[in-house]
Design a protein around this ligand. Sequence first.
Ligand SMILES: COC(=O)COc1cccc(COC(=O)c2cn[nH]c2)c1
Length: 245
Amino acid sequence: MRIDVVTIFPGYLAPLREALLGRAIDAGLISVAVHDLRTWTHDVHQAVDDAPYGGGPGMVMRPQVWGEALDAVVGDVPSGEAPPRLIVPTPAGRPFTQAMAHEYAAESRLVFACGRYEGIDQRVIDDAATWMPVDEVSIGDYVLVGGEVAVLAIVEAVARLLPGVLGNPASAEQDSFSDGLLEGPAYTRPETWRGRAVPDVLRSGNHGAIARWRRDRALERTAARRPDLLAALPPTALDRADRAL
Ligand SMILES: COC(=O)COc1cccc(COC(=O)c2cn[nH]c2)c1
């Protein structure tokens, strides 16, 4: 997978080259190119923003700069080849989910546009949408200073789904949300720690009982923390034993 990121703070994306993702890049599973948006400014101040039409606080990112940047970064899409998907992290976006992470993992190329200030001039999005799919996505209901942190989160969530990136692919299959529920509690040695023992069932070797116990804990946690996920489950997802909980 080829990943391009356009940002005014390229250094913010350095963590992509660490650890797991760094190894995936070295293994050639992912290529990451980070581009400084100011490359496409032409004034001495390298201005990337300007005052908002209609007034109001803050600044808006200029369309000319972004337009040239995306033209250059995306480049000419060879005919017959699918264009890359442009992903723009924004508080006003569609919620990013594990299902979307799987969709993105199937793409051969992703381009990320990191907005700042009050955002990018809407015409950049509207223009880009005429020649590639554009997703405005939110990683949560809060406001960051810029899209870079969101790109780190999205790239990590997507990259770990790519074959060969995770040492143990099974753990991606048993992710939280993979069965629509939150992951339950996990334990490792020692058997007792600060007077707290590991639940006996987990040491029983009874795999049926262990699976039941884990599902019960996942259902309890989901009901307590994310009743919305429980409500969204298809009726067939809960068996009789689940309902008895
Ligand atoms: C068209 O899109 C834009 O103009 C994006 O502009 C901005 C402006 C400020 C901050 C951000 C970064 O995203 C978030 O804060 C965010 C994403 N998820 N949850 C919070 C992006």
